[in-house]
Design a protein around this ligand. Structure first.
Ligand SMILES: [Zn+2]
Length: 506
């Protein structure tokens, strides 16, 4: 098969290249893809960001160093200009030495008449939920199992006031599970707060004692209750003790440090367009991360990708019709704060935005892009991604996703393209102690550099922008058409949209 087809293909492509100039979309994409796959500093860039700088929470020295890293790396990659844009996050938060020990009255293996032997005590591996309040040390607080935390579960559990509510979860396997982890928690917290629980203990959704950061804050606000995430194995052990009729008590201390507003900064580099320099494409990824690990899959690898996409386009020597802005957002993990701030600050010029491309899912293979409900861009976008089929990029989805930095641009009516990626090793390491450099698949990452470079170049060089900026009413219609309004209602985003707090103004 191959021996038959190959020469024909070769002839066809020779023929094509004779008749097409270097600027045709396909040959430009080929050039960009070749350039992206060459040896580059992407590995050493990312090693510096993860191993040398480490986890990057806004307001910490590591985040400041990361911003400086971004500025330097963009300059080395050949940016026409680099600058930072500051914004505020309402609260700072950091974890102290969270401690949890439980004791249970048990009789296994001991003479029940000897009271000092009736207690089983063990340390629980636990971390605070991020942006949750501190809890001064408390001792001998009853632990109560509230199942998965439904209303019926809480009813069954009875009085939880002054107690630690232990919440069951399911093991994280799919993207849907991950979204469920975010949507399930807030109603549980509502019920726990209503019942005046002392604290909530969520079982980890990862096995093998893996701890990770989870937050329920969507605006950088401090949550209502002290909360911990406990290692799944410890949580299940507590649940089994309770289920077999042994009361369990917890000693718990969550000495989080909370502070006032902090300054954070997005890093913005630009390659200037030659024909329409004031029109622009954005290629973005968030630079901040959680700090239990070193933020390699989420999202250091894609920050490095954005920088290397700039290098690729610059080194290709191809001319840009429009400008491309390469943006490393901050405060993503606290609720998309950097991209929201950027969209609001640049609202007056978003009529000139020609597309926003975002990567935020580790290094699992890209299968396509989500286009934020925009039927009008499908045909052109399909043409732009055609050269990327060799990497497995095929499918355009209409989904209006939330949860990463395209979101506020989408709500402003700008065409957005979020990379759809296979789970690979992303979910097990998500926000976890194990999210480190060694998890990054560089051969895959370099293909993603090629994709981001080719797609953003394609968007920048179309004769007309891929689609107009939608009006408020058109955006709302897209939400209804894609049934995203229901999801946004569940996420509490709908109210922000309706009130004009978020998204394109009427
Ligand atoms: Zn992320």
């Amino acid at each position: 098969m191959h021996s038959l087809k190959r020469p024909l293909l070769l002839v066809a492509s020779l023929f094509a290249s004779l008749f097409m100039c270097a600027q045709t979309p396909d040959s430009a994409a080929d050039r960009l893809m070749q350039e992206a796959l060459k040896p580059s500093s992407i590995e050493s860039n990312l090693r510096g960001l993860t191993d040398e700088i480490g986890g990057r929470v806004p307001g910490t020295p590591a985040m400041q160093r990361a911003v400086e890293w971004g500025v330097q790396a963009f300059k080395q990659a050949g940016a026409d200009s680099v600058h930072t844009e500051e914004f505020a996050i309402p609260n700072s938060w950091s974890e102290g030495a969270t401690r949890m020990t439980v004791s249970a009255t048990t009789y296994a293996g001991v003479d029940p008449r000897i009271s000092s032997l009736r207690y089983t005590t063990f340390n629980v591996r636990a971390v605070s939920i991020a942006w949750a309040p501190a809890l001064a040390p408390v001792k001998h607080v009853p632990v109560v199992d509230v199942g998965e935390g439904t209303e019926a579960d809480f009813k069954k559990a009875g009085d939880i006031s002054g107690k630690v509510a232990l919440v069951h979860t399911t093991v994280l396997k799919t993207w849907a599970d991950l979204f469920a982890e975010y949507t399930n928690a807030p109603p549980v917290i509502d019920l726990a707060a209503k019942g005046k629980a002392k604290a909530v203990a969520f079982m980890a959704t990862r096995e093998h004692d893996i701890l990770y950061r989870h937050t329920n804050a969507s605006d950088g606000e401090i949550d209502r209750l002290p909360m911990v995430l406990v290692a799944r194995e410890d949580g299940e052990r507590i649940a089994r003790l309770l289920a077999s009729g042994h009361p369990v008590w917890a000693d718990l201390a969550i000495p989080n440090t909370l502070g006032g507003p902090i300054k954070a900064a997005n890093v913005v580099a630009e390659l200037k367009g030659s024909e329409k320099p004031d029109e622009f494409v954005i290629v973005g990824a968030h630079l901040d991360s959680w700090e239990l690990g070193t933020g390699a899959l989420d999202n250091g690898c894609n920050a490095a990708l954005v920088i290397d996409a700039l290098r690729t386009i610059k080194a290709s020597g191809l001319k840009l019709r429009r400008s491309i802005r390469f943006v490393l957002f901050s405060g993503e993990e606290e609720g998309l704060m950097g991209s929201h701030a950027y969209a609001v600050a640049h609202r007056p010029e978003l009529d000139k935005a020609a597309g926003v491309v975002i990567y935020d899912s580790g290094t699992g293979k890209t299968t396509g892009f989500a286009v934020g409900g925009r039927k009008d861009v499908l045909e052109t976008a399909q043409r732009l991604i055609a050269p990327l089929q060799q990497f497995g990029v095929k499918e355009l989805k209409l989904d209006m996703e939330w949860g990463t930095d395209h979101f506020d641009f989408m709500l402003e009516g700008v065409p957005t393209f979020v990379a759809d990626q296979e789970e690979a090793n992303y979910l097990v390491n998500y926000h976890a102690v194990s999210d480190t450099y060694d998890k990054v698949d560089f051969s895959q990452l370099k293909k993603h550099v090629a994709e981001a470079a080719a797609l953003s170049y394609g968007l920048a060089n179309l004769p007309d922008r891929i689609g107009p900026r939608l009006t408020h009413d058109q955006i709302e219609q897209t939400m209804r058409d894609t049934h995203s309004d229901e999801m946004f209602k569940a996420e509490g985003i709908w109210d922000e949209w309706v009130s004009g707090k978020r998204g394109r103004q009427k």
